[in-house]
Design a protein around this ligand. Structure first.
Ligand code: G3I
Length: 499
């Protein structure tokens, strides 16, 4: 991507809330793709940093106030609102023909200090209803959409819900009530449910799907779902999973948003250049997956410059966004452009030897138990089955992958798994990386709950890096408890490239 001309702070200034700016490469490519390309907006940076304001106006057509439209920042007291910081963001967006998504009417974080568990259920319900009504009324006609409920699902609790103050006082009904109150307050604005950790197929995504399916069946006015997509390049969902997941929510009639994208890089031990090239692939993939799915209408980054990422304030600074701290475009911006062109990362040759077991058990072994290759039950081709397993780490392994993997970088992994002897159990695929003078490091490349009723595909992207010279790399697929037989078919481990 061409440098945005914003190099350095203050460089290329102007373009604050009023100036008309030529559209940048990202915004033009998004328009050509028929998708909205958005970013969270830091109101203080917008107010105080002209370079931030100018790049925001040039490169994005959809904005989400990062904090300014949350309950706490808006409401100084019951019925007492300071709309000014949020209005500044909304007004700047209007000046640059950007649509706005409000975030978030109901969230367990950043609630006003006066919303406490000392409130009765009626008091809390009335306060929440009044907040939704006042906020929707204030912004009516200026917001395209709202994140109505944010992060209400929690598969670690007995209830399956995040047991927040809202859940404790009002029960899960608060979710339906919030959407109904919002719809009554504004019949035109799009209403979204938003959450994290639901991007790939899995337990939390399944629980969210079931919740939204039931709410919709009950007539709850929900228009869309936001997959936050706070990623880390060392391991993130594969586009196969993303797209299958987007499609099933779309089949409920929901619009899909990729709503809070950033990609941490520091969990990949590598040079900055290597990390940033891997980040490019991550952004190419998540943007491309949205572009290729008709129901996915918008991709919003959770900020656009590393200078202002929330992750910096979270205690472990990283470089998770498309532009660097001096507003210069990183390789990530080329990944976004490739994704907006509908180009997913290219998968290279399959690196494991005899990945389809067409040559029997050649190059494969059992890390415990007994390995047998047989005709796959219920699918074409062969499968490798490990029986007699007496430990969760007993499964299928292939050694001597150092040569094809010694360069590291982004990789695509997929394998099909099926159990015998248990209805369901986790299956985990790992690269076991041994680097000079260090203990072997386990890099989880994909994991999923498998079943005995049919084949489940594990899939994932990883970015393989090294802190020292690698001396051995093995692949292992294991996970179910002792006594459960594990069958595996169609093992793929492929290098990824932009084109
Ligand atoms: O505005 C006050 C300021 O007056 C004060 O001086 C300063 C120091 O205490 O705090 C400022 O508020 C901070 C606010 O960001 C604005 O900068 C809060 O402490 C801080 O907690 C808040 O963090 C936000 C975080 O949500 C809150 O949990 C991040 O900026 C924001 O990026 C993050 O966004 C969330 C989404 O809303 C939901 N999905 C997850 C995502 C990341 O956590």
């Amino acid at each position: 991507m061409r440098p945005s001309g914003m190099g350095g702070t203050g460089g290329g200034g102007g373009g604050g809330a009023g100036g008309a700016l030529p559209l940048g490469d990202l915004r033009k490519a998004a328009a050509a793709a028929g998708k909205r390309l958005g970013t969270a907006v830091d109101g203080v940076a917008l107010r105080d940093d002209p370079s931030y304001a100018a790049l925001l106006a040039r490169e994005f057509d959809y904005v989400t106030p990062e904090n300014a439209t949350k309950w706490g920042p808006l409401a100084l007291g019951p019925g007492i609102y300071d709309w000014a910081p949020a209005d500044a963001i909304v007004d700047a967006a209007a000046a640059h023909a950007q649509a706005v998504k409000g975030h978030a009417l109901v969230w367990h974080q950043q609630t006003p200090s006066w919303v406490t568990d000392a409130m009765s259920a009626d008091e809390l319900g009335a306060a929440l209803k009044a907040h939704i009504e006042a906020t929707l009324a204030h912004f009516r006609g200026r917001m395209r959409a709202w994140d109505v409920v944010n992060e209400a699902v929690d598969t670690s609790t007995a209830s399956g819900y995040r047991e927040s103050l809202f859940w404790q006082k009002l029960g899960p009904r608060y979710i339906e009530d919030a959407f109904r109150w919002a719809r009554a307050a504004d019949p035109d604005v799009l209403l979204f449910y938003n959450d994290f950790g639901i991007e790939r197929l899995g337990a939390k995504s399944d629980a969210t799907y079931a919740m939204l399916r039931d709410l919709l069946a009950n007539g709850t006015p929900i228009d869309g779902i936001g997959f936050q997509s706070h990623l880390s390049i060392h391991r993130y969902p594969a586009d196969d999973d993303l797209r299958a997941n987007f499609r099933r929510f779309a089949e409920l009639g929901l619009r899909v948003n990729v709503s809070e994208v950033d990609a941490r890089t520091l969990l990949m031990p590598a040079t900055q250049d290597t990390r940033w090239q891997a980040q490019r692939i991550a952004f190419q993939q998540v943007v491309g997956a949205c572009v290729l799915e008709p129901a996915c209408e918008a991709i919003t980054f959770w900020g656009f410059t590393d200078r202002y990422s929330w992750i910096n304030a979270d205690g472990d600074p990283d470089d998770p966004l498309p532009f660097d701290r001096s507003y210069m475009p990183k390789p990530a911006t080329d990944g976004i452009l490739d994704g907006l062109a509908g180009l997913l990362p290219k998968r290279g040759d399959n690196l494991p030897r005899n990945g389809d077991f067409a040559a029997g058990a050649d190059d494969w072994a059992a890390s415990g138990g007994v390995l047998a290759v047989e005709a796959a039950d219920g699918r074409a081709g062969s499968a490798a089955c490990v029986s007699g397993r007496t430990d969760t780490r007993h499964g299928l392994t292939q050694a001597a992958l150092l040569e094809p993997l010694s360069a590291g970088g982004p990789l695509f992994f997929a394998a099909w798994a099926r159990l015998r002897g248990a209805p369901s159990a986790p299956v985990i695929a790992e690269l076991i990386v041994t680097e000079s003078a260090a203990e072997p490091r386990l890099l989880n490349v994909a994991s999923r709950v498998a079943a005995d009723t049919g084949w489940i595909q594990l899939a994932g992207y990883v970015s393989l890096g090294f802190a020292a010279t690698p001396t051995a790399i093995d692949l292992q697929i294991s996970g179910p408890p002792a006594g459960v037989d594990l069958c595996v078919a169609g093992v793929e481990l492929r290098p990824l490239s932009a084109r």
